[in-house]
Design a protein around this ligand. Structure first.
Ligand SMILES: *Cc1c(COP(=O)(O)O)cnc(C)c1O
Length: 381
């Protein structure tokens, strides 16, 4: 099956009792047994729920994996991956990460003896140079949130596995989605999503996903999901599955609109730097072209006037773009990373990597491009 067909049919079958084309919302915690331990594959909804199973099969299918897992949030999916590790183990992660990922690594897992090294993943050597005996996990986010840096998944995975085959590579594929980039095909072991964003696509739920292609790893993750308990509920699973079915057409429009806005901003006299991997002058444009099928709907930029006041003026002036956290929904959103999504990163760290007060992040939705551009135009003026 090709991708567009997979988003609709991948891993899916019609419900057996009635032929219902969409899986019913199995709003139940438990399942009748005919004798102790004799049941129809479902015992208790933390372990498995049929609506969630349907979604997890769809998740596996769209990332070309064998198994998928749905969690109560993107962060709980990340938490599940980190629980594969033991005290003393080391994680190498990019230096421009989603703020909540950084917060979880440093403030939740640091105290349990996990070690974290943050490097600029632009360059493969930056990663291989810090691999040690204790390195167990590489955490790759690409494109990154909010600076849109791109890391070469295939190159980094190969270089790291040449050093030690057992190091796991996880890719946070939230920004790209499998419509643009399929990390498991590039050698990664685990794909992670905040399904809150593009996979769900309608800003109506919070959810996380993991996808893998190895049965043993799947078994370990399923145990942690079950034992840790942060599962997605049946109603949210239904909504996410409904969202996934239009992922390809939504992404097509997100990409078209994202590119048009990036080009518009690039030529605007009041705009300074524009961060979009589809632009020729993006430092990682070549890697992006190689590993992504298009460049997505996330665009960051700076105003030439780098004051906080100028940024706030813009953020308060848009009408079609809503000022809000989150991204990846059908509607356009605008965000101020340094005070909103990335406020959990200490200021010196933020300054070092460039998440300053002048940085503005757009999640370009699927509205008419003329309306989006005229909204930005009036807000810039
Ligand atoms: C939002 C986000 C997360 C966290 O997911 P939640 O669903 O908010 O818990 C992780 N990574 C990236 C890139 C994100 O944008």
């Amino acid at each position: 099956m090709k991708f567009n067909t997979k988003t609709i049919h991948g891993g899916q079958k019609h419900e057996e009792a009635t032929g219902s084309v969409m899986p019913p919302i199995f709003q139940t915690s438990t399942y009748a047994q005919s004798s102790p331990g004799v049941h129809k594959g479902y015992e208790y909804s933390r372990a498995a729920n049929p609506t969630r199973t349907a979604l997890e099969n769809a998740f596996a299918s769209i990332e070309n994996g064998s198994h998928g897992f749905a969690f109560s949030s993107g962060l709980s999916a990340i938490d599940c991956v980190l629980r594969l590790l033991e005290p003393g183990d080391e994680v190498i992660a990019g230096d421009d990460l989603y703020g909540g990922t950084y917060r979880m690594f440093t403030r939740l897992f640091g105290k349990y003896g996990l070690k974290f090294k943050f490097v600029d993943m632009n360059n493969v050597e930056n990663v291989t140079n810090v691999v040690s005996e204790s390195t167990k996990l590489i955490w790759l986010e690409t494109p990154t949130n909010p600076l849109m840096k791109v890391a070469d998944i295939a190159e980094i995975t190969k270089a790291v596995k040449d050093k030690n085959q057992n190091i796991l590579v996880t890719v946070d594929n939230t920004f790209a989605t499998p419509y643009l980039q399929r990390p498991l095909d590039l050698g990664a072991d685990i794909v992670m999503h905040s399904a809150t964003k593009y996979l769900g696509g309608h800003s109506d739920l919070v959810m996380g996903a993991l996808m893998v292609k190895d049965a043993k790893l799947a078994e370990e993750l399923h145990f942690i999901q079950f034992a840790g308990g942060a599962v997605a509920g049946p109603m949210d699973s239904f909504l996410a599955l409904r969202g996934v079915k239009t992922l390809h057409i939504r992404m097509q429009r997100h990409c078209e609109n994202g590119k048009a806005i990036a080009e518009y901003l690039l030529n605007h006299p009041k705009v300074g730097k524009v961060y979009y991997p589809g632009l020729e002058d993006h430092p990682n444009h070549d890697i992006a072209k190689k590993q992504m099928d298009d460049f997505g709907g996330m665009v960051s930029f700076r105003l030439k006037d780098e004051s906080k006041e100028a940024a706030f003026k813009f953020l308060e002036s848009t009408k079609v773009f809503t000022l809000a956290e989150s991204l990846g929904g059908v509607e356009s959103l605008v965000n101020h990373p340094s005070t909103m999504t990335h406020a959990s990163i200490p200021e010196p760290e933020r300054e070092k990597i460039g998440i300053t007060d002048s940085l503005i992040r757009l999640s370009v939705g699927i509205e008419d491009i003329e309306d989006l551009i005229s909204d930005i135009e009036q807000a810039l003026n």
